[in-house]
Every structure is written in structure tokens, then in C-alpha cells.
Design a binder for this molecule. Sequence first.
Ligand code: ADP
Ligand code: ADP
Length: 230
Amino acid sequence: DALLETRDITVSYGDAQALAGVSLTIHPRETVAVMGPSGSGKSTLLHCLSGIVTPTRGEVLLEDQPLSALSDAKRSRTRLREFGFVFQDHQLLPELPARENVALPQLLNGTPRGQALRAADSALEGLGIGHLRTRRPGDMSGGQAQRVAIARAMAGEPRVVFADEPTGALDQATGHEVMQLLTATTARTGSALVLVTHDPGVARWCSRLVEIRDGLIHRDTLIEQPLGVD
Ligand code: ADP
Ligand code: ADP
């Protein structure tokens, strides 16, 4: 029951190899933490899984469909529809109120405005930040902005949420709250979660730990009793 899969992918930049042959299968509802030293290939792996980077060799498959078989336009639409993204710095548009930021991926994908805004409001409510609906990112705390970014990632009920160091810019307590929200909301929608982190405390919220070294999977282990799971 593979949801997303890489088959022996290699990514080369000139003579340098960011990934040196990675085969990884993500299952539905799985929460995966990717860890490893700086420069080991974590971001590149995330970018390949999410269709932003095309591997030099090998295949990435979403439900057995190779992403490389899609046209660029179709791949962009698939990305917007099936994937949600959370970044280290929230990457919200400063001039737009929260609900417009949250609605943006769906608006870009052609969802009618009323429907996209309703989904945005409901995602904000679900994360307990309905009251921030009309506020702009500049008037929020870092933790509030990251919650809005999670709402943006979740509003379309994506198949997979990708998060690159989602707690990297937050203090420990706020990072803890953000992980709690991220794992609770993906569990609720049935989305898989793939996140990159340097923080073993963040990885403890996930059900699986994939360790990368020098562009290869060094270790792949299940985490017993992840935090946040009853
Ligand atoms: P990590 O996320 O683990 O820090 P990256 O995936 O960002 O690692 O990078 C892996 C290796 O690939 C590093 O040596 C990095 O410098 C190199 N790399 C990544 N992206 C590019 C790029 N666009 N051009 C050239 N080299 C890159
Ligand atoms: P992180 O610590 O999140 O992995 P990096 O500083 O490694 O971030 O990389 C930031 C961005 O720069 C990434 O998108 C990566 O692909 C790109 N990058 C990394 N190394 C290089 C490089 N040597 N040349 C060009 N782009 C690079």
C-alpha cells in the first residue's frame, strides 16, 4: 500500500551527488521524520518526493504513477491538490490576511473563491485560530504565523504534508505546540507527514525515523510510542 515511493533515485549537481540511490516507500497516514547532517541530502529528498526536483536517475511514484510521466502543468496541479507544504519561516504573503493566505493554494488550483475561503475558514477554526482570520502575518507572533501556515497546508486535505524544519524558527514550547497541531491535524485528515528536522525532540512526534548520510539512507526505524498518540 505505497502512497509515495522513490525508486533508486540519484540527484547529481555536476560532479556532486546530493542523493546517491535512495529507495523509500511512504505509506498512507505514516508520519516520517528525516534527519541527518547538514548537506546530507535531506532537502533534496523532500524536493524529489514533492515533485519540485526531478531526479537525475530513478523514479518517484505517487500511488504507482511516475511523476515524470506528467507534464509540467499537470505536475504543478498534482502538487497543489495532493500535497501541503510547511516551511521553516512560514512564507505567508505579508499583504494578505490569514484566510486569503490559507485559500491561496486552492485559488491557484482553480477552486472557486467562495469555496476556497470557506475551506480556509474551516481550517483556521480547526486549528483554533479562527479569530486570526482577517489578521496579516506582520501582526502575528511567529507561532501564530506558523499555525496559519499549517492551516494553509491542510485546507485542501492533502494526501501528504511536507515540512522542512517546521519548528526551526520557534522556541521549544512553541515548536512543541506546532508539532502537536501538525500531527493531530494530519491524523484527522488521514494525510501522511514527511518532515525534515535537526531536532530529535521533533522526530519523537513521528512514527518513523529515516536517517540520511552522504545521500543514502543510513537507517530507517519505527518509533515506538510517538508523542501525541494515545
Ligand atoms: P541537507 O538538506 O541535508 O542540508 P541538501 O539536500 O540541501 O542537504 O544538499 C545536499 C548536497 O547537495 C549538498 O552538498 C548541497 O550543497 C548540494 N546541493 C543541493 N542543492 C543544490 C543545487 N541546487 N545546486 C548545487 N548543489 C546543490
Ligand atoms: P537546508 O539547511 O534547509 O538544507 P541549504 O542551505 O542546504 O538549506 O540549502 C538552501 C537551498 O539552497 C536549497 O534549496 C538547496 O537546494 C540550495 N543549495 C544548497 N546547496 C547549494 C549549492 N551548492 N549550489 C546551489 N544551490 C544550493
